[in-house]
Write a protein that binds this ligand. Structure first.
Ligand code: G3I
Length: 589
């Protein structure tokens, strides 16, 4: 790839304008074309950022025996179904950014609060994600009581109790633990490079061995990781840090301390766009020679000093990822790549590395609207191009339900489950072919469209008493136009809902209509469509809400809808309402 230096504004920056095999050469006459980001496509940026197919980052990585995952926070994931759905779709691993730190777990010296961490562990489990712990021993993220409570007399007991309690709680559920985080800094001037932390002060360098042994005892199945930052660049300072970390790892290994992997955080900066990474490559190889695996644990790009122009900035961030990943993924011992966040909607960099132009930072693969960016593309390309890892990784099943793996409606069911719109049964099945009652359908509609309850008075259905479990959902959906009762004043809550009624309900609730019913001629069984339904089914058909499996041209309007079919129709209706991303499926009419 030929690179050109282009002067623009205050900054000189390298822009990878390159020649790609078969793509011909794209040269810029001295000025970077200001592309309207709306019209820009990923091939008119001077090179092609296009990725093949629509596979998720998780699947692209898994295809090469790699794990791709991301950091997340209980406080965002538990309240943002769209964000949760993106994590479920893109990440094969979840690591809490803060929820497993001392400060977040321990409100007082003798109390643990696992509420947030347990929620995160369960979220990972139900969405087929590995769970990663961060971090058991660090000098930051400590509770306010730590300083006046922990001392040289009780430090070891406090450390052991913390690790036994926390790592023990998730034993068997944890892919890996950052047992010790950021123990090395050259700033403190020690010959062993160790950071002057309370742990070092109270327990000496052995605190690291003590921590790893305690973690191994608490959770023999977890991969035990030493995690650190600033290991990436070509600078001599970084070279010295890498050497100190390597010495620490060698010491731990020679002590027989149960350490399994190095975590390199990879908070990458501007220099990364043209780093050769020679030193990093050698370091990773030396770490691998110790018999250790390597995880990239907190990857993101600090775009603080990048130009304001979004097209240029996004491209530079993308190329930092491309350049870095092409270096680290060449090392077979690298088994995982974790980004410190998934979407620009939530990143620590907003507060910690804000831009001078006060523009929102854009460090992650998905933007704040959860749309993939060029960074997503270069990460996807890096996974697609990565050498195959030996040893197949076993990812948890991605579907929250055992019985929909490979089902034609799996993607719809999964997406609605990730949005907490539908749920399965206690035995973790979904029963996709079971029927749906009108009351159950009303409950799904209420969650999917959370219709604002009309303020008109409740509708009195003779067969829906106030103490009926579905009373509120039936009231809400009836008053918001999704559902109606029968002329005789009943609702028939227990009646299995036919497919035509589901479509009429969705079209009605979304206020869709169509007086052109000619579109119905697409159905071989058009004659079976009940007269009351023709207008709404025509509208639903025109709006791509109808999904017919296995035969697209067979509507089967009077057959009772299955749970899978309701999921597909409701998902398509959410797409129509702009509440969900389109999913390509051969069964949409
Ligand atoms: O939640 C409280 C809020 O209630 C309170 O009002 C506010 C007042 O400042 O603090 C909030 O807690 C903050 C927390 O992030 C949640 O936003 C803490 O002060 C703040 O220190 C904490 O920062 C985290 C930092 O580690 C320190 O724990 C960042 O989110 C987190 O991204 C960052 O992650 C670290 C890794 O753990 C280790 N590697 C470096 C990485 C980046 O610094």
């Amino acid at each position: 790839m030929t690179k050109k230096r282009i002067l623009t504004g205050r900054r000189t920056f390298l822009l990878g304008l390159g020649t790609l095999a078969g793509m011909g050469t794209f040269t810029v006459a001295g000025q970077f074309k200001r592309l309207n980001s709306q019209s820009q496509t990923i091939t008119d940026l001077g090179r092609n950022f296009a990725v093949a197919g629509g596979a998720s980052l998780r699947d692209r990585a898994a295809n090469k025996g790699l794990i791709y995952g991301s950091q997340g926070h209980y406080k965002f994931l538990s309240k943002d179904p769209e964000l949760a759905a993106l994590y479920a779709q893109e990440s094969a691993l979840l690591v809490p950014g803060n929820d497993l730190k001392w400060k977040d777990l321990r409100p007082s010296p003798d109390r643990f609060d696992f509420t947030k961490a347990d929620w995160m562990a369960e979220f990972a489990r139900t969405h087929g994600m590995l769970f990663r712990g961060h971090t058991l021993v660090w000098h930051k993220g400590l509770p306010s009581w730590f300083k006046e409570t922990v001392n040289s007399r009780n430090a070891e007991q406090m450390l052991l109790e913390h690790i036994a309690t926390v790592a023990g709680r998730y034993a068997g559920k944890m892919h890996s633990w950052d047992v010790v985080n950021e123990a090395i800094t050259l700033r403190d001037g020690r010959s062993d490079g160790l950071r002057e932390t309370p742990w070092l002060e109270f327990l000496g360098p052995e605190y690291i061995d003590i921590a790893f042994r305690a973690a191994a005892e608490a959770d023999p199945q977890a991969l035990l990781v030493y995690n650190d930052n600033g290991l990436d660049s070509d600078s001599s300072k970084t070279e010295k840090k890498r050497a100190a970390v390597l010495r620490l790892l060698e010491r731990l290994k020679s002590n027989g301390t149960p350490i399994h992997a190095l975590g390199t955080q990879a908070h990458l900066g501007e220099s990364a766009i043209d780093s050769k990474y020679t030193g990093l490559r050698k370091f990773l190889s030396d770490v691998a020679d110790l018999g250790l695996k390597i995880l990239v644990t907190e990857m993101d790009v600090i775009d603080k000093s990048f130009p304001t122009d979004l097209v240029v900035r996004d491209r530079m961030v993308a190329e930092v990822y491309e350049n870095y990943l092409s270096a680290v993924l060449d090392e077979p011992a690298v088994i995982a790549v974790v980004t410190w966040g998934l979407s620009d909607r939530h990143t620590w960099l907003s507060k910690k590395k804000p831009r001078e132009d006060n523009m929102p930072v854009r460090p992650l693969p998905f933007d704040a609207k959860l749309k993939p960016k060029l960074a997503h593309n270069t990460m996807a390309l890096a996974f697609d191009r990565a050498p195959m890892r030996d040893g197949q990784i076993v990812l948890p099943r991605q579907t929250p339900f055992y019985d929909i793996q490979g089902h034609w409606a799996q993607v719809y069911i999964q997406a609605l489950a990730a949005k907490n719109i539908i749920s399965g049964f206690p035995d973790e099945t979904f029963r996709p072919n079971a029927s749906v009652t009108r009351a159950e359908f009303a409950a799904i509609i209420t969650k999917a469209f959370t219709p604002v309850q009309q303020n008109n008075k409740a509708i009195a259905f003779q067969d829906v008493p106030q103490n009926f479990w579905g009373y509120n959902a039936i009231q809400t959906t009836s008053q918001s136009g999704f559902l109606a009762g029968y002329p005789n004043g009943t609702f028939q809550p227990g009646q299995q809902i036919p497919r035509a009624q589901v479509l009429v309900s969705l079209a009605s609730g979304l206020k869709l209509s169509s007086d052109d019913t000619s579109v119905l001629s697409v159905y071989q069984d058009v004659a079976q469509i009940p007269a009351y339904a023709t207008n709404k089914v025509a509208a639903a058909t025109q709006q791509k809400i109808v999904v017919n499996y296995p035969t697209v041209k067979l509507l089967s309007p009077n057959r009772n809808a299955t749970r899978a079919e309701v999921a597909a129709f409701v998902y398509q209706a959410l797409v129509n309402a702009g509440k969900a991303e389109p999913i390509s499926s051969p069964y949409v009419v």
